[in-house]
Design a binder for this molecule. Structure first.
Ligand SMILES: CC(C)(COP(=O)(O)OP(=O)(O)OC[C@H]1O[C@@H](n2cnc3c(N)ncnc32)[C@H](O)[C@@H]1OP(=O)(O)O)[C@@H](O)C(=O)NCCC(=O)NCCS
Length: 212
């Protein structure tokens, strides 16, 4: 699991004392990326069944689809050590973030993408950002990937803002029609963002391809 990663502090709880304004430092939420547990299932399935969370996907997931997604995520982490991690905030399941290799062919594949999905009560608090920073740190310092990509439907502005906050940039010439989504579906048009590894170096994925 990603370790030794920066924790941030949020400023909140201002109070006035005499004529001076004091800013009380609240403890930052403890955000941990970890392997999946059976106990995550109920919250994971509820998140995937929430129409607002799944607004920019083809459809919300059934309980059965969530069960197989959880098993797939867990198995991938078990076999290769990284993937889409469960995110725990102050001891409770909050969503997931992590790294995946898209299974479809496009002008930017093969590649490693960073992605995220959180229960609605965790939105708007910088939690997805802090969790994604940990996944990005793992990708760039442990896996030493040259580049990460991230993509979403054009209209998913929350996700795009998160990409931009992380320092990903979009070149409109990278936009693409998602090959797994039907031709006439409104979510088919996707935007692609990229971020180069600031430390540079060769990626584990690239190295394995070179040696193979
Ligand atoms: C995409 C998603 C993860 C973004 O979550 P998010 O909470 O908006 O993202 P961040 O963690 O970057 O938080 C940013 C917000 O927290 C606020 N914030 C509060 N404290 C903060 C802090 N310490 N640091 C950064 N931002 C902070 C920001 O001002 C911003 O607020 P805004 O939403 O009013 O602009 C979330 O909307 C989601 O799960 N969506 C559904 C799934 C999905 O679409 N996934 C992407 C598919 S490709």
């Amino acid at each position: 699991m990603p370790r030794g990663l920066p924790r941030r502090f949020s400023l909140a709880g201002r109070r006035l004392c005499g004529s001076r304004l004091f800013i009380k430092k609240m403890p930052a939420p403890q955000i941990q990326l970890r392997q999946w547990k059976d106990a995550d299932f109920a919250a994971f399935a509820a998140m995937n069944a929430d129409a607002e969370v799944m607004r920019y996907f083809v459809a919300p997931l059934s309980a059965e689809e969530s069960r197989s997604a959880l098993q797939r995520f867990r198995q991938t982490i078990d076999t290769r050590g990284w993937g889409s991690w469960a995110v725990e905030v102050d001891g409770s399941f909050a969503g997931f973030t992590g790294l995946a290799e898209p299974k479809f062919e496009a002008h930017f594949t093969p590649c490693v993408e960073i992605g995220w999905r959180f229960l609605r009560e965790y939105w708007g608090r910088g939690i997805a950002f802090a969790a994604a920073q940990q996944a990005e740190h793992y990708a760039f310092t442990v896996l030493e990937l040259d580049q990460l990509v991230s993509f979403t439907t054009e209209a998913n502005l929350r996700s795009r803002k998160l990409m931009e906050r992380l320092g990903f940039t979009r070149n409109p010439s990278d936009d693409f029609l998602h090959p797994k989504i039907a031709d006439d579906h409104p979510q088919r048009r996707h935007v692609l963002y990229r971020k180069m590894n600031p430390n540079s170096g060769n990626s584990v994925v690239d190295r394995s391809k070179k040696s193979g």
